[in-house]
Design a protein around this ligand. Sequence first.
Ligand SMILES: N[C@@H](CCC(=O)N[C@@H](CS)C(=O)NCC(=O)O)C(=O)O
Length: 215
Amino acid sequence: MSIMLWGRLNSANVQKAVWALEELELPYDHVPLGGAWGGTDSPDYLAMNPNGLVPTLRDGELTVWESHAIVRYLSAEYGSGLLFPMEARDRAVVDQWTDWTATTFQPAWIALFWNLVRTAPEQQDAAAIARALAATSRCLSIMERRLDEAPYLGGAEFTYADIVAGVALYQWSTMDIERPALPAVSAWHERLNGRQAFRKAVNVPYDDLRARSAF
Ligand SMILES: N[C@@H](CCC(=O)N[C@@H](CS)C(=O)NCC(=O)O)C(=O)O
């Protein structure tokens, strides 16, 4: 039975799973779900993912949801020594950036995206946008210092930490905002853009999400 992935491809959390699958060259079937497709509240879907959000991944008998758990699973199962460092000490640094992305970086940049892109212009709150931009810029300045000393967040090698954080780069670089100069982050973005899996998973236009705050 091949790997199945449920979720709309314009979701950053789904893009993490797609990027990991493509990076590992794994065959998979994809079911668009959530957003304009709906289906997250169907009994069948909730039986797999009681959280009712995307993505969900099934691999044989295993069903797993939460994008970071999915990326970590794929990396450990199919990318040991590749996306998934074998040494616990190396993995600790990768997990540090992965968990920081979940708790700090992603909430900041998603707030910016919601306030600026998903909220209709007449309902936008300039102060909320400014706060979200400041929080996102602060996170990126932390990444700037890290990427000034190492080519990837985990260190010398590309890992799943780059996947979970790197999905932000398309939105960040295309949103209508004033961006601070971040040369190390820009160089990292260029390095990631050199990967086919990144381009396929992440460089996905989001015009159909503009002024769509219902999901
Ligand atoms: N912490 C979850 C968050 C999942 C989440 O918020 N997914 C959003 C899309 S990015 C969702 O399902 N929204 C409802 C929808 O698209 O219908 C994860 O990382 O997987």
